[in-house]
Design a protein around this ligand. Structure first.
Ligand code: ADP
Length: 662
C-alpha cells in the first residue's frame, strides 16, 4: 500500500505515543523498585496462609529481616513453628483468632533469630474469603519491632532508676500532672509532712493537700491559715524563688516549685531548721555588733587596704568633727597629722600584707576645724572575702588630754630636776664654804680648852669653850651629812666595788664607837658566823651605812641597853645581810615611813630631845639603793629596833669565804 502523508502522520503520532508510554513504564518501574525496597526499610514482610492455616508464601524481606530461609516456614502452621516467647495468654488468643478466622492486629511475640539475637515481632493479619464466602486462608504482615521494644524497655529502666534516685534523695520530692494530681512522691517528702503521709498518694489533688498542710504550720488561727493557703496557691501559679514553712514542731522547711513545659509541677522540700537558726543567730549577732559599733563611746572606723574610709561610728565623727558622709569620702591620710603620715602608711601597708597583724599606736589627727587631737589607735585586720581586699578596723580613743597632761608633767619634772640639781650644787658649795671657818672655830675652841696660852681665870670660859666645840662638831657633822646627800642626789657618787670582808669592816666600826657605847653604858656585841662570803660593794659606802645604823642604835638606846651588829648569808636568797638591832626606845609604826626621808625624825626621839639632823637614814637609803640593796626597819615602841640591809645575791662573792668571830 502506497504510503500517504496521512499514514506517515499516523506513524509519527504512534511512535511519539509509544515513546511517551515507554517513558511512563520506565518511571513506573523505577517507582516500583523504590516501593519494593520499602518493606525492608520499614522492617516488615508480607505473608500468606492457605485455608489449612499453613504458610504458603512469605515476601523476600523475610529472609533479610529474620536471618532465616523461607523454607523454614513454608508449609507449616503457626503452631508448628513453635511456641514463641512472651505472654502465653496473648499466644493462645492469637491461635484462637486464627482458628476462628478472625482478623487480628499487632499480636506481639519474641524469638531468637538465626544469629542468636532476640527479636520482637508484631503481626497483623486478615482472613481471605472468595466471592462465595468460602475461607481461602490469611494474608498479613509481620513487623520487626525489636528497636521499638528496646527503646521502651530502656525508657522504663531509666524511669525506674530516676524514681529510685528520687526515693533516696535527702530532699522531699513530689510531682503533679498538668491537672494538679499527684504522680510521684518520695518517702522523704512524707517524713517532712508526717501527719499527711497517708494522703500523699497517686491521684491526690494539689489544692486539697496544700490546705491540709496548712494545719501543721505554726500559724495563729484560721484566718492566718487561709491567708497562707492563698499565698501558697498564688506561688503555685507563678513559682518564683522559694517558700519558708514554719511548723508546729519547731522545724523550718524550705520548698521550691518548678513548672515543666508539659504543665507538670514538681515540688522540692528540705529541712532548713539548722540553717535557719544559724541565719537567725547571724542576723541577731550582726544587729548586736552593729549596735555596739554605732553606740560605742570609742571611735571606730573601717578602712580598706589603701586607707579609704568605708564606714565609721558617731564617736569617730565627734572626735574629728566631720559628718559620716564627709568621712566616707576621705582617707586616713586626710585627717592624719603630716608628721605622722609616714609611720601610719608603713603600718597600714604591713597590716595589709600580714593579714593577722594587730597594732596599737598613738597618732596625731587634724580635726575639721584644724585642731590637733591625739588618738590611741588599735587596728586589726578583718578576714578578707575571697577575691576581695582585706579591710582594717580601727578603734580610736581620744587621749589628747592625757597626752597633753603627760607632756606638761614631763616638762615640770625636768624643771624640778634641774632645780634640784641646782640646789644640790648650791649645797655642796655652801657646805665647803661653811666647813673652812668651822674647822677654825673647832680648832681654836680646842686650843682654848687645852689652855695652851695660860689657864682660864674664870671657869665659865672653859664651859663656853666646851659648848663652842660641841656645837661646832654638831654643825660639822650636819654639814658633812648634807654634803654627802647632795653628792648622792646630784648623781656624782657612784660605788667603786671591791670584795669586802664584812667581819673586818664591822670590827673597825665597833672600834670607833666603843668609847661612845661605853660612855652610854651600853653592851655592844657582834654576831658573825664562822665563815662568810666576801661582799662585793663600795667599802667606804658600806662603812657609812653600818656606821649610821650603829650610831643611831647607840644614840637611841638608854643606859644598860644592848646593841648588836651582825652580818650573815641569807641561804634562801643567797644575799649577804647586815643587821643592827638594839633594845632602845623604838619607833612608832606611823613614824616608820617618815624617818627615811630627809630631816624626818620620829616623835619618840623628839620628845626625848635626842640630838639629830634626820639625815642619817636618808643617806643610808640612798647608799643602799646605789647597791641595788634593800633597807628594812622593824621596830616596836619601847622595845627596840632592827635595821636590816639586804644585799642582792649578785653581790655575794662565791668561793671566797672569810673566817669571822662568833
Ligand atoms: P637622826 O638620827 O640624825 O635624827 P636619822 O635619819 O639617822 O637621823 O634617823 C631619823 C630618825 O629615825 C631619828 O631621828 C629617830 O627618830 C629614828 N631612829 C633611827 N634609828 C633609830 C633607832 N635605832 N631607834 C629609835 N629611833 C631611831
Amino acid at each position: 500500500m502506497p504510503r500517504t502523508s496521512a499514514t506517515d502522520t499516523l506513524d509519527t503520532a504512534l511512535a511519539q505515543e509509544n515513546e511517551v508510554l515507554r517513558a511512563r513504564v520506565r518511571a513506573l518501574e523505577a517507582a516500583l523498585r523504590k516501593t519494593e525496597a520499602l518493606p525492608e526499610l520499614a522492617g516488615f514482610w508480607r505473608w500468606e496462609m492457605d485455608a489449612a492455616l499453613r504458610f504458603t508464601w512469605v515476601s523476600e524481606e523475610f529472609a533479610a529481616l529474620t536471618k532465616m530461609s523461607a523454607e523454614i516456614v513454608l508449609g507449616k502452621s503457626r503452631a508448628e513453628l513453635g511456641v514463641p516467647r512472651g505472654d502465653t495468654a496473648a499466644w493462645e488468643q492469637h491461635l484462637e483468632d486464627l482458628a476462628q478466622r478472625r482478623p487480628f492486629r499487632e499480636y506481639r511475640y519474641s524469638y531468637i533469630d538465626g544469629t542468636g539475637v532476640l527479636k520482637n515481632i508484631s503481626v497483623s493479619g486478615d482472613p481471605i474469603f472468595d466471592a462465595e464466602g468460602v475461607f481461602q486462608g490469611y494474608h498479613g504482615i509481620s513487623r520487626n519491632i525489636t528497636a521499638d521494644v528496646q527503646a521502651v524497655h530502656q525508657a522504663n529502666e531509666a524511669t525506674a532508676r530516676l524514681l529510685e534516685a528520687l526515693e533516696r534523695s535527702s530532699d522531699g520530692f513530689v510531682l503533679f500532672d498538668p491537672g494538679d494530681r499527684l504522680l510521684v512522691c518520695n518517702s522523704r517528702h512524707r517524713s517532712l509532712f508526717p501527719e499527711m503521709a497517708s494522703r500523699l498518694t497517686i491521684g491526690a489533688e494539689y489544692a486539697a493537700l496544700i490546705r491540709e498542710s496548712a494545719e501543721s504550720l505554726d500559724l495563729p488561727g484560721p484566718e492566718a491559715r487561709e491567708a497562707w493557703v492563698a499565698e501558697r496557691l498564688a506561688y503555685h501559679q507563678a513559682p518564683q524563688g522559694s517558700m519558708i514553712l514554719r511548723r508546729h514542731d519547731g522545724r523550718v522547711l524550705e520548698l521550691r516549685e518548678e513548672r515543666l513545659p508539659d504543665g507538670c509541677t514538681f515540688v522540692i522540700a528540705g529541712d532548713a531548721t539548722e540553717r535557719h537558726h544559724r541565719q537567725e543567730e547571724l542576723v541577731s549577732n550582726e544587729a548586736l555588733f552593729r549596735l555596739l559599733f554605732e553606740r560605742s563611746p570609742m571611735g571606730m572606723a573601717v578602712v580598706d587596704g589603701e586607707g579609704r574610709y568605708l564606714r565609721c561610728n558617731d564617736a569617730y565623727c565627734r572626735f574629728l568633727g566631720y559628718s559620716q558622709e564627709e568621712i566616707c569620702r576621705m582617707g586616713t591620710a586626710d585627717v592624719t597629722h603630716p608628721e605622722d603620715q609616714p609611720a601610719m602608711q608603713e603600718r597600714l601597708g604591713e597590716q595589709a600584707r600580714e593579714k593577722t597583724a594587730e597594732y596599737r599606736f598613738e597618732k596625731r589627727y587634724l580635726t575639721k576645724e584644724g585642731n590637733q587631737v591625739i588618738g590611741l589607735m588599735t587596728t586589726a585586720t578583718l578576714p578578707a572575702q575571697p577575691g576581695k581586699q582585706p579591710t582594717i578596723i580601727a578603734q580610736v580613743l581620744d587621749v589628747t588630754e592625757r597626752v597633753n597632761a603627760e607632756h606638761a608633767l614631763r616638762l615640770a619634772k625636768e624643771e624640778a630636776e634641774i632645780a634640784n640639781r641646782a640646789k644640790s650644787d648650791f649645797l655642796a658649795n655652801m657646805s665647803h664654804e661653811l666647813r673652812t671657818p668651822l674647822n677654825a672655830i673647832i680648832g681654836f675652841s680646842e686650843v682654848l680648852l687645852g689652855q695652851y696660852f695660860g689657864p682660864f681665870e674664870n671657869l665659865r670660859y672653859r664651859e663656853y669653850a666646851q659648848d663652842i666645840r660641841s656645837s661646832g662638831m654638831h654643825l660639822l657633822e650636819f654639814i658633812d651629812d648634807l654634803l654627802d646627800l647632795a653628792k648622792i642626789e646630784s648623781g656624782r657618787l657612784t660605788p667603786t666595788d671591791s670584795d669586802i670582808d664584812c667581819a673586818a669592816l664591822i670590827e673597825s666600826i665597833i672600834r670607833l664607837l666603843r668609847e661612845r657605847a661605853h660612855a652610854a653604858e651600853l653592851q655592844m656585841t657582834t654576831d658573825m658566823p664562822s665563815e662568810l662570803p666576801l661582799l662585793r660593794a663600795d667599802v667606804r659606802m658600806v662603812k657609812q651605812i653600818a656606821m649610821n645604823l650603829l650610831s643611831n642604835a647607840v644614840k637611841f638606846t638608854p643606859p644598860r641597853g644592848g646593841v648588836t651588829i651582825r652580818a650573815a648569808l641569807n641561804h634562801a636568797t643567797g644575799g649577804i645581810e647586815l643587821t643592827v638591832s638594839d633594845t632602845g626606845i623604838g619607833i612608832a609604826p606611823e613614824d616608820l615611813p617618815r624617818i627615811r626621808r630627809r630631816f624626818g625624825r620620829a616623835a619618840s626621839s623628839e620628845t626625848r630631845h635626842i640630838q639629830g639632823t634626820g639625815l642619817g637614814l636618808a643617806i643610808v637609803d640612798s647608799l643602799v639603793a646605789l647597791h641595788d640593796a634593800r633597807l628594812d626597819i622593824e621596830s616596836e615602841l619601847g622595845r627596840g629596833t632592827i635595821a636590816r640591809v639586804c644585799f642582792p645575791p649578785s653581790r655575794t662573792v662565791r668561793g671566797f669565804v672569810t673566817s669571822g668571830t662568833d
